[in-house]
Design a protein around this ligand. Structure first.
Ligand code: ZN
Length: 165
């Protein structure tokens, strides 16, 4: 296993559409293991293969129990009508956050590292992460879905002012 370099916003690779995985081989397993190691090291909630420069449809999402879900060729098969807004961040957009509405619940259909079909019902933070990461596979970043970006400092200030009201 090895840590991979996380590409930052402005890198054209992040804007490309990733291709489906067709071979569930050792190379894929190494990619998945490396993505998990990189995600743990960065203390994130999700990562997509294009973020490490591999244009393949593979994402890792941390579920609400802290488990690392390996999603190959993931599809958001269903979304709740109910949405939740939150200040979202991204490992490729360091130190900035933006308000994004996401479905409160999603059903994700994907394959595991061996090509077996898997289905996950995800809620709240995990649902948000699944949507955010699958967006990466089509070159979409959360900055496209929000009006304004805030630094962590600005957010802390805003939220503490809100609490004073
Ligand atoms: Zn991201």
């Amino acid at each position: 296993m090895a840590l991979r370099n996380i590409l930052k916003i402005g890198d054209p690779q992040l804007r490309k559409k990733s291709r489906p995985v067709t071979e569930f081989n050792e190379r894929l397993h190494t990619l998945i293991d490396d993505m998990i190691e990189t995600l743990v090291d960065a203390n994130g909630l999700g990562i997509a293969a294009p973020q490490v420069g591999v244009l393949r449809r593979v994402v890792i999402v941390v579920n609400n129990d802290g488990e690392y879900l390996e999603l190959v060729n993931p599809v958001i098969a269903a979304k709740s009508q109910e949405t939740v807004g939150a200040y979202e961040g991204c490992l490729s957009v360091p130190d900035e956050r933006g308000y994004v509405e996401r479905p409160q619940k999603v059903i994700v259909k994907a394959q595991d590292r061996n090509g077996n079909a898997v289905t996950y019902n995800l809620e709240d933070m995990a649902a948000r992460a699944a949507c955010h990461e699958t967006d990466h596979l089509d070159g979409t970043l959360f900055v496209d879905l929000t009006d304004q970006l805030f630094t962590e400092e600005q957010l802390e200030e805003m939220l503490s002012e809100e609490n004073e009201d």
